[in-house]
Design a protein around this ligand. Structure first.
Ligand code: UD1
Length: 434
């Protein structure tokens, strides 16, 4: 099992490049199911979740092109024949976002069998809202033997109001609606940039969508979609993680190939904490710490609020800030698993329900720690970058699910980090988090 060995204390200086957004690439790959033509996606990160989705699509009969040489960030998918519209448990259990194929499969093939994802490290993660929406669109859904089966000759447009804002739920039903008969009005939708990315690809494929990126989306169904080429937006969570890496190490980091416009809530908070963040261009940010870090509270919310996927990383930063920071997690229960490991490194954090109180600054000392989920791993990497001595992070396969060559990127800007073991071993995959 791979480990990271990190020696803390080096300020990160230089330029670090952000990869494409995993959480955009996943739904965009699922969208390929909706057409018999080829879909080409660019700026797709080389991370384990993407490999899992490639395997999932291939297991259904799709032709998924190999990444080659300089085109390693490009993926081609052709779903001309979908011989087996089934998402098997063996794959779904390792990546909850596999439920994203449900809507497109029913829309395209008239039926889908998708393993129920079950619980995961950061909370219950139900898919009841996906199911409810598809039923409203006329699908007949049954459950047996851990699988969910959905059937519909052709889905019908409907008026869908999400009880709760869900990112993949919005994406799943958007993909169902584009091939449905008539108009679908979707309300209380997620406004995340990843939804907008998916809608842009679907539009390039010939779909009629209005309002993506707002809470109300209107779709006029069409009878077929065609092939398209689309470039995925940069990963805002990876960019945010690098901003914190620059700040926590007292460095001077240029974060390139990012979209500052997608990082508003985080940038505001970093500035409140006393960090200099400059927008150098629509694709470049510069982060510097000047003077001591100040405590600042965060409360996670749906976009454009402070992202839950940045909560763990922010908490690592808060351990280094002067004063008391309250970190409130509103999206997922049980998303504080990094806390115990940070405490083992010397952080002063108390959890009460969905609020963590962080008292700083704490002098962190290197330790052997365990990564429990994707963003928790990122939090521990950040803490290790400022800890006194050499930390060993176990189970970094969680990190590999969503961060492309993270150790190489960090090393190039001055971090002392190395990997022990093989990258992407097939075994030891556990349930997914985000
Ligand atoms: C997506 C992101 C993940 C991020 C999360 C919140 C992907 C692949 N993952 O996850 O990185 O942390 O958004 O920004 O894009 N819920 C229900 N019923 C449902 C669906 C969701 O109750 O049918 C609840 C969830 O339990 C959670 C909340 O809604 O409390 C938000 O979840 P959701 O937005 O669906 O998260 P994901 O789309 O799984």
């Amino acid at each position: 099992m791979d480990k990271f060995v990190i020696r803390g204390g080096n300020p990160l200086v230089g330029t670090i490049r952000v990869s494409g957004a995993k959480n955009s690439a996943l739904p965009c790959m699922a969208a390929a199911i909706l057409t018999e033509d080829q879909i080409t996606l660019e700026n797709v990160p080389q991370v384990r979740d993407i490999e899992t989705e490639r395997r999932l699509l291939a297991s259904m009969g799709a032709e998924v092109g190999q990444r080659e040489g300089r085109a390693h960030d490009r993926i081609t998918i052709n779903c001309r024949t979908l011989s087996d519209p089934v998402a098997r448990y063996e794959i779904v259990k390792t990546m909850r976002a596999s439920s994203l194929v449900l809507g497109p499969l029913v829309a395209r093939a008239g039926m889908a069998r998708v393993a129920m994802p079950g619980g995961c490290a950061i909370g219950g993660r139900p898919i009841d809202l996906h199911i409810k929406g598809l039923e409203k669109m006329g699908a007949v859904i049954t459950q047996a033997h851990g699988y969910l089966e959905a059937r519909a000759e052709r889905l019908r447009g409907a008026h869908l109001v999400f009880d709760k804002i869900t990112v993949t739920g919005t994406e799943d039903l958007l993909m169902a609606a584009v091939l449905a008969e008539g108009e679908t009005l979707m309300e209380n939708c997620a406004r995340e940039p990843e939804v907008t990315d998916l809608a842009a690809l679907l539009t390039a494929m010939g779909a009629h969508i209005q309002g993506a990126g707002t809470s109300t989306i209107v779709v006029e169904g069409v009878t077929s979609l065609h092939g398209a080429r689309y470039r995925i937006n940069p990963d805002r969570i990876e960019a945010g993680t690098f901003l914190i890496a620059g700040a926590i190490t007292g460095g001077d980091l240029i974060v390139s190939n990012c979209k500052p416009a997608h990082l508003g809530a985080l940038i505001d908070k970093l500035q409140e904490a006393g960090i200099l963040v400059e927008i150098l261009s629509p694709e470049t940010l510069r982060v510097r710490a000047h003077g001591p870090l100040r405590a600042a509270d965060i409360s996670t919310e749906e976009y454009p609020g402070f992202p839950t996927d940045m909560q763990a990383q922010y908490m690592a930063l808060a351990t280094q800030a002067e004063g008391v920071s309250q970190v409130r997690e509103n999206i997922f229960e049980n998303r504080f698993m990094h806390v115990q490991e940070l405490v083992r490194m010397g952080a002063n954090i108390k959890v009460d329900g969905s609020t963590a109180t962080v008292r700083g600054p704490a002098r962190l000392s290197a330790a052997a720690v365990m990564c429990s989920d994707l963003r928790a791993s990122a939090s521990l990497v950040l803490a290790a970058l400022v800890a006194d001595g050499e930390s060993i992070l176990d189970r970094v396969y969680h990190m590999d699910r969503g961060y492309e060559r993270i150790e190489e990127k960090l090393r190039a800007v001055g971090a002392q980090i190395r990997r022990m073991g093989n990258i992407f071993p097939d075994k030891n995959q556990e349930k997914t988090d985000d």
